[in-house]
Design a protein around this ligand. Structure first.
Ligand SMILES: C[S@@+](CC[C@H](N)C(=O)[O-])C[C@H]1O[C@@H](n2cnc3c(N)ncnc32)[C@H](O)[C@@H]1O
Length: 501
């Protein structure tokens, strides 16, 4: 390690000793050192060591040798800025997005896609081992089966332990999002809309986002232009004045139907008919124009009142064969292509033959429930948000599925009640929020003893914690498949198969 520290030892001249010196750390603020990057945090920051002292280095990749400047030191670790790539990783690439450094929406564009997929798999393995104290099958014992191009260990093994599959990625990992939510602001040039500059609430104008569907970009751009022409004011967070807060655009990938939601700080939209005529004339794919009123001083995008200004109340989309109605406020997965991959895995792990009763806990608008219902005798879904259950019921009807029942409530309250009513499940699927499953739900699963549990997770650390509980209660984690729902970001989704032992 090369250092160019000024001064040494805890006391430097007559100046008061720095906190680093007092703590006897090997580096101090503004020191420049050359370090090896040995890992990456779940936030995508490189991790290196200076004489055993951990430094987090945003932008640095595992395997790289970098010169960094120390920005901040704490007792156990510090933060440093990447100054120079002494030796770059073979996974390093130039981020394709011109605003990547300013935006913060993506964190991994400087890493090859194959590298991202391999890192996401390793992140899952690390969590299973460290937090879940679970044994992961390490070596490939099959006859040379590998996942072409991504360097991930893909093989089968007869050994005891969990098989963690290679991350299922996209063949074209760009332009995958079906929903764009753009904050609107104002500069000297007029109305702008794009993203909040990293670490601030300053809105920077943006013409294109490489992970958005191209038509979403075009619609946002035209709506901003129409707004400028009509003299629409932009909302100002500090003063609470101005009308337009956000433009939200949704597209059904399968149907190409589009919806625009204008989120406004007040009911009245001046020159409304001109707005609608201009949108209809310039953007024929738009079948629904809605207004959502949000007059609160908050970061939350939507307010309580939504109304249709023109056209339909919903757009439609398909995931596989299942049709969904999407309203201005309804939650819908943002990457429909990978959603189909994730749900396909869920159905595979559920091992359905058509005779099973399935419970789908944390069911949202019933997307997984309806997917499973194509292969099951009966599906029960439970979700805490009332509006989501209304959507779920409407979607079941839309698809003519009469063997699916939904209930509003907390999974940890409703499922024990179902158990007392005599409902038995062959398979229980859980897809909880980031904090994982409620302990009472895990307890109920252990009491209900379904043959199989499928755990869909957006957070590998709470997943590992919950798998430990299920393992201790008589289940065996057989296989984990990470699915890349959000390429170029640090998020990783997993589908996990468990069987009763
Ligand atoms: C990760 S989402 C899964 C949604 C759905 N399965 C899907 O694929 O679209 C988690 C869902 O759990 C719901 N939720 C949060 N806490 C809950 C609880 N205690 N009981 C039931 N649902 C809950 C949230 O409202 C959210 O819809």
């Amino acid at each position: 390690m090369k250092k160019n520290r000024k001064g040494s030892g805890p006391h430097r001249g007559s100046k008061p000793a720095s906190s680093a010196a007092l703590l006897d750390l090997p580096v101090a603020k503004n020191d420049e050192v050359v370090i090896d990057i040995i890992g990456m945090t779940h936030d995508g920051e490189g991790v290196g060591r200076a004489e055993g002292y951990t430094l987090f280095v945003p932008g640095a990749l595992p395997g790289e040798k970098v010169r960094v400047r120390v920005l901040k030191t704490k007792k156990q670790y510090g933060y440093a800025k990447l100054m120079e790539l002494v030796q770059a990783s073979s996974d390093r690439m130039a981020a394709p997005c011109p605003i990547y450094d300013q935006c913060g929406g993506c964190q991994l564009q400087h890493m090859s896609y194959a590298g991202q997929l391999a890192w996401k798999r390793q992140l899952v393995v690390d969590n299973l081992e460290r937090i879940g104290k679970l044994q992961v099958v390490r070596e490939d014992t099959s006859a040379g089966e590998t996942c072409v191009g991504d360097g991930q260990d893909a093989g089968h093994s007869d050994k005891e332990g969990i098989l963690v599959r290679p991350t299922l990625g996209m063949s074209e990992p760009w332009r995958y999002r079906n929903k764009s939510q753009v904050p609107i602001g104002v500069t000297e040039g007029g109305l702008v809309g794009g993203f909040y500059a990293r670490g601030s609430h300053r809105i920077v104008d943006m013409e294109t986002c490489l992970i958005q569907h191209e038509q979403n970009d075009e619609v946002v751009s035209r709506v901003k232009a129409i707004g400028r022409k009509l003299g629409i004011t932009a909302y100002n967070e500090e003063t609470g004045q101005g009308l337009l807060r956000h433009v939200v655009v949704k597209i059904g990938f399968a149907t190409k139907e589009m919806m625009i939601v204008l989120v406004t700080n007040g009911e009245r939209i001046p020159r409304l008919n001109e707005w609608i005529s201009a949108i209809r004339e310039e953007l024929p794919a738009v079948v629904s124009i809605c207004q959502n009123v949000n007059t609160r001083k908050t970061n939350v995008i939507f307010g309580d009142v939504t109304r249709v200004l023109w056209g339909r109340e919903v757009i439609h989309d398909y995931i596989g064969e299942v049709k969904f109605a999407i309203s201005a406020r309804s939650f819908y997965q943002v990457n429909p292509a990978q959603t189909e991959v994730l749900y396909g895995k869920t159905v595979e792990y559920a091992g359905l033959t058509g005779n099973e009763t399935v419970i789908d806990a944390y069911c949202g608008i019933g997307t997984i429930s309806l997917f499973l219902a194509q292969h099951a005798k009966k599906v029960y879904g439970v979700e805490i948000v009332k509006e989501a259950i209304e959507d779920a019921r409407a979607n079941a009807e839309l698809n003519g599925m009469t063997h699916v029942e939904f209930e509003v409530g907390a999974s940890e309250d409703v499922i024990p009640r179902w158990k007392e009513q005599g409902i038995e499940a062959d398979v229980i699927v859980v897809d909880p929020p980031r904090k994982g499953c409620d302990p009472r739900l895990l307890e109920t699963i252990l009491e209900m003893k379904p043959e199989r549990v499928v755990y869909v997770s957006c957070n590998p650390s709470t997943l590992a914690r919950d798998l430990r509980v299920l393992e201790d209660g008589g289940y065996r984690t057989v296989e984990v498949t990470p699915v890349d729902m959000f390429p170029h970001t640090v998020h990783v989704e997993c589908c996990v198969s468990l069987v009763r032992t």
